[in-house]
Design a protein around this ligand. Sequence first.
Ligand SMILES: C[S@@+](CC[C@H](N)C(=O)[O-])C[C@H]1O[C@@H](n2cnc3c(N)ncnc32)[C@H](O)[C@@H]1O
Length: 393
Amino acid sequence: MPHIKVKRFDTAILEQKIPESDILTFRATAQNRGDELWGVMLEGKEFLLQAKYFDDHVLIKYDKVTRPLKVNLLKEALAKVASELDLEIVMSNIAQHKESRYASRYEKRIEDFEQMEFPLEKVCVEVGFGSGRHLLYQANKHPDTLYIGLEIHTPSAQQVLKQIELQALENIWVVNYDARLFLEMLPSNLLERIYVHFPVPWDKKPHRRVISGQFLEESMRVLRKGGILELRTDSDNYFSYALETFFAVSKTEVQVRKNADLEVTSKYEARWKRMEKDIYDVYVSALETSDEREEVGEFNFNIVKYRKGIEEKLPQKALVEEDYFVHIERLYKAGEDTLLVKCSFGSFDRPEHKYVLLTEEGGRYFASPPVKTRVNHKAHKKLMELLSDVECN
Ligand SMILES: C[S@@+](CC[C@H](N)C(=O)[O-])C[C@H]1O[C@@H](n2cnc3c(N)ncnc32)[C@H](O)[C@@H]1O
């Protein structure tokens, strides 16, 4: 990742240059530590650079939490900062290269679904598509249906994005995100089908399984009446676990098939078949039309301002509730009356890592708010309480 090593310099230069800088917006110093964060604004994007001071040099690199998607933007920021501050570069790796990440209009971010128009009337979701064989097959066969593929493994998501372009498919979106949190972003009664083929069984860490009571509940909400959640697994354990989960709901219709052939065989399935393992299909139908999704509240900090001494009042340990947590990890002071709070919060499986910038005028997430899920909103309210000392309902 891009960084520069520069000769140790007089930090007074930062105080002088920041007020008139084209790129630097503030300097925040970690409490009780030797590192700093510098606010950057470049090409309309806000992010942070981290500066670490050593005896004879300073290492300036990216900040993981706010890192912009384009690595070249980061490299440009490092070069501009060095030139503005007149720093003597000892070592760097900021030559611009062609971006290696494959950018495609078929890739959607989870945030895009906060306000999404679906271009086709029929929509299906595939969870953990792996090599994408099934997803691509279905999309080829049903051009009138939009297929949203979810995959947490980035290289697999990138491979399938390339295939979509090669096969000139217009009806697939790929989301590189955890399926367990994604369904919450969809409106009710949207989907025809949810495919979960050969999910990781996670026998030793069952809390990581895709199928759960909550996943089933969300699936039934986002499926239209008559829509189907389709599980295919080769794991006896997972099969029993899934049946137990599905039957725990009061009104469900569940169908089971054993060793049925599908039109398309995935890589995993081909392997199990060669080993003559049993394969189970479980179909759960949505029996009713669901209510509209409840709106998630706002993610602002309108009652929060910087107050003198707040640093001492903030808890150092993580606050853990049943379905979320909030952890204030580190504090950075930027002048007398500005505090940058580094925190993590939200769900245990996919926590958010963010900064909150508090000034005497108010507070805001730096640089972008969290994904608007219900559990993030609960955590956000707790964070507001901590920062403002006021209970938020
Ligand atoms: C055993 S593979 C099966 C792949 C494919 N469905 C098939 O049948 O060949 C499971 C896939 O699910 C993905 N996965 C696991 N947990 C996930 C989650 N929570 N959200 C999205 N994808 C997930 C993994 O990265 C992996 O590619």
